[in-house]
Write a protein that binds this ligand. Structure first.
Ligand SMILES: [Cu+2]
Length: 221
């Protein structure tokens, strides 16, 4: 017993070194996205792109899910990395017919219920607004990004990105109701152990409010 204790204390520095080596390879980014008035902005997408890189494709087999439930898409904004396969399960007891006319991905799913529908591969960066031919109020966005480092903000406006290898990154924020033409990128340096904490104000289009998930946004037409 005594020997075991002595061994533990002697080994302690080595244990600490191992623990820190394991976690010290990556930093993180904690972005706070707000309106110009300081209100937290939910459903904004924060991306961090390593300096000098563009259009990094997702690993083969990367999947994401856009649900239809209560005549709504869930989530309202789904960020995915280029090359991701998205499934569109219908949790409602009636059918939906999902489509997009966007240049980044034009598609139309046949009228379907349950999971009886083919997944869609998003192979081009950009904004893909989704609609339903049966329910005009249904609206959501797939936002296709060219980096593995992204996050959608929660209801406190926070977008957290972990596992960032040390280096320089271009940070960008996007929101569907964002006013055009505002400077929306900045450069940050991520260290091996640190968290980069930044606040990004986003101006919304005139008359547009931020949409709460689960509510129909009457201001968006
Ligand atoms: Cu529908």
């Amino acid at each position: 017993m005594r020997t075991g204790k002595v061994f533990f204390w002697r080994a302690l520095p080595a244990i600490w070194t191992l623990a820190f080596t394991a976690v010290a390879q990556a930093g993180s980014l904690n972005a706070h996205v707000t309106t110009p008035d300081g209100e937290p902005l939910l459903a904004a997408v924060v991306t961090a792109t390593p300096a000098g890189q563009t259009s990094i494709p997702a690993k083969a087999g990367t999947k994401a899910v856009m649900i239809q439930e209560g005549k709504q898409f869930v989530p309202f904004v789904l960020p995915v990395q280029i090359g991701t396969t998205v499934e569109f399960p219908n949790h409602d007891p009636f059918r939906h017919q999902v489509y997009s006319f966007s240049p980044a991905k034009t598609f139309e799913l046949k009228l379907y219920g349950g999971s009886a529908v083919s997944p869609v591969v998003f192979d081009k960066e950009g904004i893909v607004p989704l609609g339903c031919n049966i329910h005009d109020n249904m609206l959501a966005y797939v936002y296709v990004v060219g980096t593995p480092y992204f996050s959608a903000t929660n209801d406190t406006g926070e977008g957290k990105i972990g596992q960032l290898p040390p280096g320089s990154y271009t940070v960008k924020v996007w929101h569907p109701n964002q006013k055009a033409g505002q400077p929306d990128t900045r450069t940050i340096d991520v260290t091996a152990t640190g968290t980069a904490d930044i606040t990004i104000p986003v101006e919304l289009k005139r008359g547009r409010t931020q949409r709460k998930p689960g509510a129909v946004d009457e201001t968006y037409n």
